[in-house]
Design a protein around this ligand. Sequence first.
Ligand code: Z5A
Length: 234
Amino acid sequence: MPLSADRGGVTRGRFITLEGGEGAGKSTQGRRLMERLAANGVETLATREPGGTPLAEAYRAALLAGAVAPLGVAAEALVFSAARIDHLDAKILPALLAGRTVVCDRFIDSTRAYQGALGDLDPHLIVALERVVVGSHLPDLTLILDLPSEIGLARAAERRGQGGLADRFERQDAVFHETLRAAFLDIAAREPGRCRVIDASEPEDAVAESIWQAVGQLFPGGSKVGLVGTDHQL
Ligand code: Z5A
């Protein structure tokens, strides 16, 4: 049965992903969005990539420690994809089919941006991996949190605190991070139906409000009316 199908009165939930560079505020805004959705009666599930299941979290630890990097960018893309298969099968799709709205911190666009644009991985391989791993299960909405890389890195460093270790991705230089930013903006420009660019340099409350306006468009009644009740079902 296709994911979009109605299953005996239970309609599939919305699939929302958060993307952007380091320190853009994805985790912070993901938490706030979950709280606001829940307060409006929407059943939710928060998750992240790489990770989300015990197996995928094990892959995450290896990836972020740089254990896969010596094998090359294609190997990294394969491991991110293997983690994604388990994450989709064991967690995301069952939740969507049960009518829950899933908010996922990073998804396919991170593979496109990090391994594709930055890693220079053959775009045909990225497309092929997406076809095999994700198929038609694309997010309904992708929020691209955009901000200058120096602000994101400063935020990430502040959060880490003095003496904390940067992960393999945070150790890259400014050109890396600006390329990353451009890659996410390019994805948004190519898929305006799915992606919304959010100005993440604004204060936390303002960013949360922009996100709420964008998310409201997924639900009949929108963000002004609120999402309480069964109206949020497609
Ligand atoms: N990766 C990949 O290469 N390929 C893939 O397919 C996938 C991932 C799926 C996962 O890292 C890494 O894996 C990632 C890409 C790669 N590379 N990196 N790095 P992660 O999950 O550990 O880290 P992250 O995704 O980059 O998130 P982050 O660094 O934790 O940042 P964040 O979640 O976007 O930001 P935050 O934690 O919400 O906020 C950072 C700090 O800023 C914090 O102290 C906040 O209180 C503060 N903050 C947040 N918002 C604001 C505002 N508006 N104003 C001021 N301060 C703020």
